[in-house]
Design a protein around this ligand. Structure first.
Ligand SMILES: Cc1cc2nc3c(=O)[nH]c(=O)nc-3n(C[C@H](O)[C@H](O)[C@H](O)COP(=O)(O)O)c2cc1C
Length: 154
């Protein structure tokens, strides 16, 4: 059974909750799912990883949540090149923060692209100003993502 890793960047647990809510959708599609709330670079460079989902919220002024900072540092310091990685990205933020809306997710997307990774489909940006329950946006998006990208393996 292939593995799908969900790498989470969160301050208050909202992005982790989204990861937990979408997990069964991937299990139903035939994946063993690992949710990583203290991710490290090795989680996406191992041989068994060619598909990942990032659930990352933004803090400060467009900053990465603390639990996600070591992962980004490793990625930037080691610049491993990720040509085999295909990924999806759910960015969470709040448009009342203006220019830094979903800043962490957007920055992560740039960093992954610079490493040669391929994003499958557009990034989902969930705006806390518009969507009270992030799951309401994340669940249908993931369902559509699995189907449109032909990710079902079972
Ligand atoms: C102190 C603080 C700073 C924030 N800064 C930003 C920001 O710069 N840009 C943004 O889009 N959202 C910002 N947010 C909103 C959060 O990203 C949003 O509420 C998100 O859903 C929190 O997810 P979490 O529960 O996974 O931490 C901020 C929230 C807090 C409390």
């Amino acid at each position: 059974m292939p593995t799908l890793k969900i790498l989470v960047g969160t301050m208050y647990g909202g992005a982790l909750d989204v990861a937990e809510q979408v997990k069964p959708l991937f299990e139903d599609a035939g994946y063993e799912v690992q949710i990583l709330d203290q991710p490290g670079l090795a989680d996406i460079t191992g041989e068994d990883t060619d598909l990942a989902l990032f659930c990352v919220s933004t803090t400060g002024s467009g900053d990465f949540p603390g639990n996600f900072v070591p992962f980004v540092r490793e990625l930037q310091d080691q610049s491993p090149g990720l040509p085999n990685l295909r990924y999806g990205l759910i960015a969470m933020g709040d448009s009342s923060y203006g220019d830094t809306f979903c800043g962490a997710g957007r920055r992560l997307d740039e960093i992954l692209r610079d490493q040669g990774a391929t994003r499958l489909d557009e990034r989902l940006e969930i705006d806390a100003m518009e969507t009270f329950m992030a799951d309401d946006a994340a669940l249908p998006w993931v369902e559509g993502w699995i189907s449109a990208q032909n990710l079902k393996v079972a």
